[in-house]
Design a protein around this ligand. Sequence first.
Ligand code: VGL
Ligand code: ZN
Length: 187
Amino acid sequence: MFRELERSDALLLVDVQNDFCPGGALAVPEGDRVIPVLNRWIEAARAGGARIYASRDWHPSDHVSFSQQGGPWPAHCVHDTVGARLHARLELPDEAEVVDKGVNRRRDSYSAFHETDLADRLRAAGVRRVWVGGLAQDYCVLATVLDALKEGLEVHLLTAATRPVEVHPGDGRRALEKMRAAGAVLE
Ligand code: VGL
Ligand code: ZN
């Protein structure tokens, strides 16, 4: 299961933030269970010289997706708060690159590609394959994987390194099916 990654690979860690882990404002069940798995992939990426990107949901305090604003979610991942921090047990090396998303008050952005420069950064780095894990499987991971495929990247989903929030039972399974149907390889 753990392969050595190569220089044209990138590991993409989606929203491994305190608010999406147990005890957080928008906790994903077992969200923290992705961390030890991702730490092993971080090692594999470093061993192979692959780049590592970590996205963060990074909202203003009056973001449109929050229930006070009529949105679907409790307030979460407000920029520069403890809840928005990447989880402390994630062993992110100094050279990892952070990608902030959802910064515009008026729009929600589930995908790490939406209104960010991630696609440009990957192209500039010569990345051809991305290995994606993180939270939540049925929202930001799903949207990120679909956008990565649209960018022409080969996409591998690190299934054991994701967990769904499952607002509706079965959302996780349906998300996996959508990613597979769109061309992602489910590892
Ligand atoms: C996410 C709901 C709201 C996610 C972000 O990271 O999956 N989900 N904002
Ligand atoms: Zn959000």
